[in-house]
Design a binder for this molecule. Structure first.
Ligand code: ADP
Ligand code: MG
Length: 677
């Protein structure tokens, strides 16, 4: 295996001009090159056999090449007509007028790219080209196309692989239990690597890719299991919970927990009282009461002499958690503190001193918690609220402040089950699927411009009857290019034109933190009836009396974001209303608003969101800390993934652990080590 880890440029002969592009592609070691799989394959064919839309690779001779005049000054078009003996094709190049002098009549070129058939003739906008030997190109196979950067071509990578594969492919170990490989008829790694880079035909290619993908998923799944199991031996954070502690912890809440909350509390108690670490992802729709559950776990830890850290994505949210938890724990000995940016130096350092001596039990805060001078004496639990708002490195940084403390990650952006299995393979998932009693589903209506006046009347009646209303705006300042209504201007108009009889407030992202907080507090207390706001209220803010929300220019918001916003209302006994103002022009925007009107179910909305936006864009996936796969794709290869996951569980006792560990290091290295964070 050792040669696979050698620097590429010292192991095979690499042209100097490629050093820098290879580094930019992240191809440093031999194994990196071998794991650099094609992003696609084109069909080596003759012009006679082309089909419209085909990704083709042809070899043909130049009949003529010329630059065309275009209307756009910046656009230069070069047309090259080629003949391969079976037919004629026109290749079109953009903004490379110098090509004309290189493409001498009679020269043989290999061109790859998608082909079109129009007005009886073939054309191609090539992705790549090279001079070719017209004789040596008889075989009709597949041509690999690699992910590239400036300065390196697919042919360069093929050239390097031609040197590397014969020498090193055989060294790639097979970590699968042999019976499993045999049962699934998987290609051995050497053959699979060779075939994936230089396939002889489609059938062989498919078999090679499947074998590579499956192995990759299997490796990650087993790796996750192993790292969890290693931890299970460690009893450093194991706590004891008796009836007394449990009932004392529950007594602080002014309500009875829902069935779902109780179930999660039991699960967590199980985690905390066993050896090992809790690593739990708690999913629950907005307003389902995740905070109470987190506090329960925290109180169990505090009762056993440990400290807890709560990390929130915004200052408003941190302050709100602090206020709520303080309220619940009033008159107890549990000391809670708030840490946010911009605190007075003297206050901050006094508090941090107390923290270091264990006199602060629960520290709630923003990113400020991650500062190096924030030190705990005995950190036992990290609670990360809206965890998808944090990157894997931030989560790791917080946990490094203790001896790998227990982790409770919370998210109101529900992730469909198949995805959470893969993205958070290392986490146990709990779901709160029940809202506190007495909640009425929010009624959502999409209000056309012409009917806004009626909506305003309705809102007036609600507020007059004791309700409170949010008006949400997409932007703070109106800009010339974007015709969004600004919150500032609109707050004025709300006050003067629409609601002269009510108290109107404004909160937006550019305000200083304490001012934001003052306004939110006034709204919570009821000193403000109508609150104009930007999306700073998106996450977590809890004002049970608020029962109306208007979203201006709703078409500008994403589906998940609108659902999050909706979660700010419907938190009390009163019937709540969401009015989506807007004039969507595009199909997806119309669809988003319709989905929102049709369902209140966060999981359904998440699935719709996923369908519309695709996996790569899904909230949190980019930052989730999942290693970048070489061969597999979490979205497209779900079948192979599910199979590998099942097999990883069934074959657990027949796995060569050392081989798995070595291979994780070989293929993923540091990326895998971060995964458990
Ligand atoms: P989430 O963080 O899941 O969006 P919160 O924890 O902020 O939700 O809870 C939303 C509101 O519901 C809070 O006002 C909280 O006090 C209240 N709540 C939580 N659990 C219950 C319960 N079991 N019964 C009644 N109210 C509850
Ligand atoms: Mg919350």
């Amino acid at each position: 295996m050792q040669p696979l880890l050698q620097p590429l440029t010292e192991t095979i002969s690499v042209s100097r001009r490629l050093y820098e592009p290879l580094a930019r592609l992240g191809l440093h070691r031999v194994i990196d090159l071998l794991n650099h799989f094609p992003r696609g394959y084109s069909q080596r064919t003759s012009i006679r056999d082309l089909k419209p839309g085909m990704h083709a690779s042809i070899v043909a001779k130049v009949l003529n090449a010329s630059n065309k005049a275009t209307k756009k000054r910046r656009m230069k078009i070069t047309e090259v007509t080629l003949d391969d003996g079976t037919g004629v094709l026109k290749a079109v190049f953009f903004n490379q007028p110098w090509l004309v002098s290189r493409f001498q009549v009679g020269a043989a070129l290999r061109l790859t790219g998608p082909v079109e058939h129009e007005y009886g003739s073939w054309s191609m906008k090539p992705y790549g080209w090279e001079f070719a030997d017209p004789k040596g190109e008889e075989d009709k196979g597949l041509v690999s196309e690699y992910p590239l950067v400036e300065g390196i071509a697919s042919e360069d990578i093929t050239g390097l692989l031609n040197l590397a594969l014969p020498r090193f492919a055989a060294l790639i170990p097979d970590f699968l239990p042999p019976e499993l490989g045999a049962r699934l008829r998987l290609m051995p790694p050497e053959k699979a690597y060779k075939a994936a880079h230089a396939p002889e035909n489609k059938k062989q290619l498919d078999a090679a890719l499947l074998s590579l993908k499956y192995r990759e998923f299997f490796l990650l799944q087993v790796g996750l299991k192993l790292s969890r199991r290693d931890e299970m031996k460690d009893a450093a954070l194991q706590i004891a919970v008796d009836d007394d502690l449990r009932s004392r912890a529950l007594k602080y809440f002014p309500f009875e927990m829902t069935g779902a909350q109780k179930r999660v509390c039991e699960q967590m108690e199980g985690d905390l009282t066993r050896a090992g670490r809790m690593q739990r992802l708690l999913q629950g729709d907005v307003g389902s009461g995740k905070t109470a559950v987190a506090l329960f776990a925290s109180l169990l830890m505090v009762g056993n002499g440990f400290q807890c850290a709560w990390l929130a994505p915004t200052e408003i949210l941190a302050r709100q958690h602090f206020a709520n938890v303080s309220r619940y724990l009033k008159g107890t000995k549990v000391r809670i503190e708030l840490l946010i940016g911009g605190m007075k130096k003297s206050e901050r350092s006094a508090m941090l001193g107390d923290l270091q001596f264990g006199r602060v039990h629960i520290l709630i805060g923003t990113h400020a918690l991650l500062e190096p001078d924030v030190k705990f004496s005995k950190l036992g639990l990290c609670v990360i609220d809206e965890q998808h708002k944090f990157g894997v490195n931030q989560r790791a940084a917080l946990r490094e402040k203790g001896n790998r403390p227990h982790l409770l990650a919370m998210s109101a952006t529900p992730i469909p089950r198949t995805l959470s299995m893969t993205l958070y393979g290392g986490l146990d998932v709990s779901i709160i699927d029940e809202l506190p009693p007495g909640r009425k589903p929010v009624r959502t209506e999409w209000v056309h411009r012409s009917r806004e006046a009626a909506a305003f009347e309705k809102i007036r009646r609600e507020v007059a009857a004791g309700g409170r209303a949010y008006f949400i705006y997409p932007l703070v300042q109106e800009t010339e290019t974007v015709d969004a209504k600004s919150a500032i201007e609109f707050a004025e108009r709300l006050k003067n034109e629409h609601f002269p009889e009510f108290r109107v407030g404004l909160v937006h992202g550019q305000m200083p933190g304490d001012e934001k907080d003052k306004i939110m507090e006034a709204f919570r207390r009821g000193d403000i009836d109508v609150l104009a706001a930007t999306v700073v209220v998106e996450v977590g803010v809890d004002v049970p009396e608020a029962n109306v929300m208007v979203v201006e220019n709703a078409e500008r918001f994403g589906l998940a974001q609108l659902h999050q916003l909706r979660g700010r209302i419907g938190r009390g006994q009163r019937q709540s209303f969401l009015y989506l103002f807007g004039d969507p022009r595009t199909e997806p925007a119309i669809k988003r608003l319709n989905v929102l009107c049709q369902t209140n179910d966060g999981f359904k909305i998440a699935e719709e969101d996923l369908k519309m936006r695709g996996f790569g864009d899904f909230a949190g996936t980019r930052q989730s800390g999942v290693p970048k796969l070489h061969a597999g794709d979490f979205e497209k290869d779900l079948d192979a993934l599910v199979q590998a996951r099942k097999d990883a569980a069934n074959f657990a006792d027949r796995i060569d652990e050392q081989a798995i560990r070595d291979n994780l290091e070989l293929h993923f290295g540091k990326e895998f080590r971060l995964l458990g964070a």
